[in-house]
Design a protein around this ligand. Structure first.
Ligand code: DGL
Length: 264
């Protein structure tokens, strides 16, 4: 149905960067976001658990009759995208391919860095996606497992986040990369901290806008009524911390609803 919402999920606050980008280019569409805050982070879990959580999240959003699903989580996109595409009747859009494409387009030297959760880096999803577009690229990957907890804590520009970033990114700065993919939807929230550590010529790739463009291109039916779309934000655990960061990203009037994943 054209009036049906677009569903978007992530393990926590990170996917809100994608929600914001979709809202910007599709302001009339109804959007429903689910942040699995009760089970964040996903990045240090096994592939089976990541797939299980991703399918459960998609089922929850299916109850709201979504017309498209955006997997605004690189970890889920790396492991569960194909399964979600097979299992659900609506189009499913992930974040890895659009990010890889943007990186290849932006890099001159084709020396591309990728940072992400442990699981995303282990999956090799970005390496594969980048090399399929540019076989002569050299890809340097680095897992940054402490970033997500620091971001969920709201420590976006604190000294401790800077120190952690310095430690993680040091080896990448020595590789002479000219492009760094933020391969986790949480990372754009600490973009300024990351920038401080990298050389000035390094372009940061935040795939949020590229994903939003893809959603626009693939949307099965556009909403007919051109009134402002309704944005709902659901979480599996409502905490003041989530609320604070969500308001910072989406605006002060943002309302958060708690839902149970196993409610009928
Ligand atoms: N924002 C997510 C991602 O893009 C998930 C991070 C996590 O839960 O570990 O990978």
């Amino acid at each position: 149905m054209p009036e049906s919402p677009i569903g978007i999920f992530d393990s926590g606050v990170g996917g809100l960067t994608v929600l914001k980008a979709i809202k910007k280019i599709l302001p009339h569409e109804n959007l429903i976001y689910f942040g699995d805050t009760a089970r964040v982070p996903y990045g240090n879990r096994s592939p089976n658990t990541i797939i299980k959580y991703s399918v459960e999240n998609a089922r929850l959003l299916q109850k709201f009759n979504i017309k498209t699903l955006v997997v605004a989580c690189n970890t889920s996109s790396s492991y569960a995208l194909e399964i979600l595409k097979e299992e659900f009747p609506f189009p499913v859009i992930g974040v890895v391919k659009p990010g890889a494409k943007l990186a290849v387009e932006s890099s001159k030297s084709k020396r591309i860095g990728v940072i992400g959760t442990e699981a995303t880096i282990k999956s090799g999803a970005y390496r594969k996606a980048i090399l399929s577009l540019e076989p002569f690229a050299t890809v340097f990957e680095k897992a940054c497992p402490l970033f997500v907890p620091l971001i969920e804590e709201g420590w976006l520009s604190d000294k401790i986040t800077e120190l952690v970033a310095e430690k993680y990114l040091k080896e990448l700065t020595e590789k002479e990369i000219d492009t760094l993919v933020l391969g986790c939807t949480h990372y754009p929230l600490i973009k300024d901290t990351i920038k401080k550590i990298l050389k000035d010529n390094v372009t940061l790739i935040d795939s949020a806008m590229a994903v939003a463009e893809e959603v626009k291109r693939k949307l099965p039916h556009r909403k007919k009524n051109k009134s402002q779309g309704v944005v709902r934000i659901l979480v599996s655990d409502k905490t003041p911390r989530f609320e604070r960061i969500a308001k910072m990203i989406m605006g002060e009037d943002t309302l958060i609803e708690e839902v149970s994943l196993d409610s009928e």
